[in-house]
Write a protein that binds this ligand. Structure first.
Ligand SMILES: NC(=O)c1ccc[n+]([C@@H]2O[C@H](COP(=O)([O-])OP(=O)(O)OC[C@H]3O[C@@H](n4cnc5c(N)ncnc54)[C@H](O)[C@@H]3O)[C@@H](O)[C@H]2O)c1
Length: 257
């Protein structure tokens, strides 16, 4: 087991990619706090149509320890509270995965300013807040790791004026944070997923789904597990000298851009 007894937080862990990460961590022996604004998994139009069980039930079926904690990552008081609850429940913190994110479709003329604030508030500010509040605890760990879930859209336009810039900022924030916290032996890296089979794709038309699939070199969408395995790598001892990096896990989508 690559993560035996490591204490991990996965935000947005009830559904989709976060759920995939939480389950792969559990498979590797980690103790996982699932932080989400809802415990019931999202069910999508195209994907995850049958997913119903809470992530913690699935973690326990794998023989690992799980804990559900309710929080909206846009609210710093709630984030501070769940980090504290994790530390008290499990006795520390080794790995933070900032995965919670949303997408609101629309260009600069459609997206309201409140919607822009909401996307950036969760996808960028939320990542900063959890990172800032977790660092004092990660400093106490011998295995401190931060993993930020960005996107292939960090590297190009076309995903709207809030989502893509927020993800690009996360990629650059990883470099900045790496320089700051390397002295404490904490690593920080980003994973940039391509199109993954989750409910976040509900805003796409069937034609757009087909087009994204055609642009994916490996001819299938990713599964939450594909991102989960990359996250296991960054969280494990195998990645102890990797920091400030961003890894595309996109089935070759960006290779053609
Ligand atoms: N699925 C993809 O194709 C894809 C591609 C690239 C990047 N991503 C990124 O991966 C991450 C996960 O996406 P997903 O596809 O699993 O999405 P999803 O919508 O399937 O799941 C997101 C989860 O996060 C939770 N969440 C959303 N906002 C929250 C908040 N403010 N506070 C707490 N929890 C919150 C939701 O309740 C849900 O459980 C996001 O950051 C997303 O931008 C996804």
């Amino acid at each position: 087991m690559l993560l035996k007894d490591r204490i991990c937080i996965v935000t947005g862990g009830s559904s989709g990619i976060g759920r995939g990460i939480a389950l792969e961590f559990a498979r590797e022996g980690a103790r996982v706090a699932v932080v989400d604004r809802q415990e019931t998994p999202l069910r999508g139009k195209y994907h995850e149509t049958e997913t119903t069980t809470p992530t913690v039930s699935e973690i326990e079926k794998l023989g690992a320890d799980g804990l559900f904690l309710h929080a909206d990552v846009a609210d710093e008081a709630q984030v501070a509270h769940v980090i504290q609850q994790t530390v008290e429940h499990f006795g520390g913190l080794d790995v933070l995965v900032n995965n919670a994110g949303i997408h609101i479709p629309g260009g600069a003329q459609e997206l309201s300013i409140a919607e822009w604030d909401r996307v950036v508030g969760i996808n960028l500010r939320g990542v900063f807040v959890a990172t800032k509040l977790a660092i004092p605890h990660l400093k106490q760990s011998k295995y401190g790791r931060i993993i930020q879930i960005a996107s292939v859209h960090a590297y190009g336009g076309g995903a709207g004026p809030a989502y893509a810039p927020a993800k690009a900022a996360v990629v650059n924030m990883v470099r900045d944070t790496a320089l700051e916290i390397g002295q404490f032996g904490i690593t920080v890296n980003a994973i940039c997923p391509g199109y993954i089979e989750t409910a976040i794709q509900d805003y796409l038309t069937p034609e757009q789904v087909e087009e994204a699939l055609e642009k994916t070199a490996l001819s299938r969408f990713g599964l939450p597990r594909d991102i989960g395995r990359a996250a296991v790598f960054f969280a494990s001892d195998d990645a102890e000298w990797v920091t400030g990096a961003s890894l595309l896990v996109d089935g070759g989508f960006a290779a053609g851009v």
